[in-house]
Design a protein around this ligand. Structure first.
Ligand code: 9WN
Length: 428
């Protein structure tokens, strides 16, 4: 039975979600969680901007502008900006070897977010592409100039990924650190992380484990040592990619979707050359995804370790993101069937790892729990199911960071930014 929410409860939910954003607001950026993550995180801010735009479009645009103001010369958008010193998070600037920000990046979701902000800010329907006429109704000062500046920054970022995250020249996206993918201890990283030397690495500085109800909800110390070893290796490589490079169908899909968004927005602001460039890149990356990361023998999208050239497939939700593009018909059928069989549950759908996997863990971070942002992407695929799942979780358990997919129980931080922000998006 789909969840039914009365008008009064709906109104309350919107107020509660807006309150989370206001609580986590630091003026020009929003932290993911006051308790666990006291800085500006890149992909969190993209989702947060979407949330803001449902009730304050100016604030939404400022969120993205702050994010882009810390973009590096090479186009990189760091995954964390350390705008104000804060002792409550580890690793901080001293470990990264960079005062202003972390030195790695995050999934390409910024064009997608900006497009959604513009849709909300111009009162557009969900599936109505943004165009020049509608853009004129965006009620912020200097709207066109600000949107153009954001588009230019986003294009520089897409070019950074093409230049710095494609070591084998496959036209797909790899990541140089599990944190770059946003899915920190996902099983896709177990094998390549096992090759990272963690001898002598000290993870005792981590602060996260004390801030959750049960430390088992967080990655292990061994995983943390690996993350810190890579941070150090990247620092030694003068912020070049370091020793870890794994092609990821999830990151590659997001880049295609973002290039497609960029194309539509560039057309709306009248920048045809930018629109044409984005269109060409989107087509090229999508074709390469289906060609290089679809593993015919294993009948699944694969993670390709650029260091060993080895493909590996995993029963993770991230492997189904290509469904949001235009895969060959037979691939689509295979994926749809498998998604239904392995990721639709009795209590909660879209666990990050299939419960049938030997590695499934109902409470440990990216090794099973449901994350609202991951689920939210599947609105393009199955909106009713997604909305029902997300609304059920947040009405019953609040805006938690993640949820136990066997019971719906809340895990990690409460009052978590993107859980509230994407609920606002759905309720709009
Ligand atoms: C490391 C902020 C971030 C999210 C990631 C999530 C978690 C950080 C951490 O929190 O990662 O970047 O310390 O665990 O995995 O997706 O962006 O919410």
């Amino acid at each position: 039975m789909p969840i039914e929410i009365s008008d009064a409860n709906r109104k309350q939910l919107v107020e509660d979600a807006q309150a989370v954003l206001r609580d986590n607001d630091r003026g020009t950026y929003t932290v993911p969680s006051n308790k666990l993550y006291p800085y500006q995180w890149a992909w969190d801010s993209a989702f947060l901007a979407i949330g803001w735009s449902t009730f304050d479009v100016e604030r939404a645009v400022v969120e993205l502008e702050t994010l882009m103001s810390g973009q590096w010369e090479d186009g990189r958008i760091p995954h964390i900006h350390f705008w104000k010193p804060d002792e409550n998070y580890y690793p901080g600037p001293a470990v990264w070897g960079h005062q202003a920000s972390s030195t790695i990046t995050n999934p390409a979701v910024f064009a997608l977010a900006l497009e959604r902000v513009l849709t909300h800010g111009t009162n557009g329907a969900e599936d109505e592409p943004i165009d020049a006429k509608r853009l004129q109704t965006l009620s912020i000062a200097n709207a066109r100039g600000r949107v153009v500046a954001l588009l230019e920054a986003i294009e520089r970022f897409h070019l950074f990924l093409r230049r710095e995250r494609d070591p084998l020249g496959l036209n797909c996206v790899s990541c140089s650190h599990p944190w770059e993918s946003g899915r920190d201890n996902c099983v896709t990283w177990d094998e390549p992380m096992a090759a990272v030397d963690i001898t002598g690495v000290d993870a005792s500085g981590r602060k996260d484990k004390d801030k959750v109800d049960n430390p088992e909800q967080r990655p292990t110390d061994t995983a943390y040592k690996g993350y810190l070893a890579l941070v150090e290796a990247i620092r030694k490589a003068e912020f070049g990619p370091g020793p870890f490079a794994v092609y990821d169908p999830f990151l590659t899909t997001l880049l295609v979707l973002s290039e497609q968004s960029l194309e539509r927005m560039a057309r709306a602001v009248g920048d045809r050359p930018m629109a044409d460039r984005a269109k060409e890149r989107a087509a090229k990356v999508e074709a390469s995804l289906h060609k290089h990361l679809w593993d015919k023998t294993q009948n699944a999208y694969a993670w390709k370790n650029a260091k060993t050239n080895r493909n590996a497939v995993y029963p993770v939700l991230a492997a189904y993101f290509p469904l949001l593009l235009d895969p060959p018909a037979a691939v689509r059928t295979t994926l749809e069937t498998r998604l239904r069989d392995e990721h639709f549950g009795d209590v909660v759908d879209f666990p990050t790892l299939a419960p049938s996997s030997d590695h499934f863990d109902a409470v440990c971070y990216w090794r099973g729990p449901q994350w609202i942002n991951m689920t939210w992407f599947f609105r393009a695929h199955d909106p009713d199911r997604v909305d029902d799942n997300i609304l059920r979780l947040v009405t019953q358990h609040g805006f938690s960071e993640y949820f136990d997919p066997t019971s719906g129980a809340p895990l990690g931080a409460s009052n978590f930014g993107w859980s509230a922000a994407l609920t606002l998006d759905i309720l709009r």
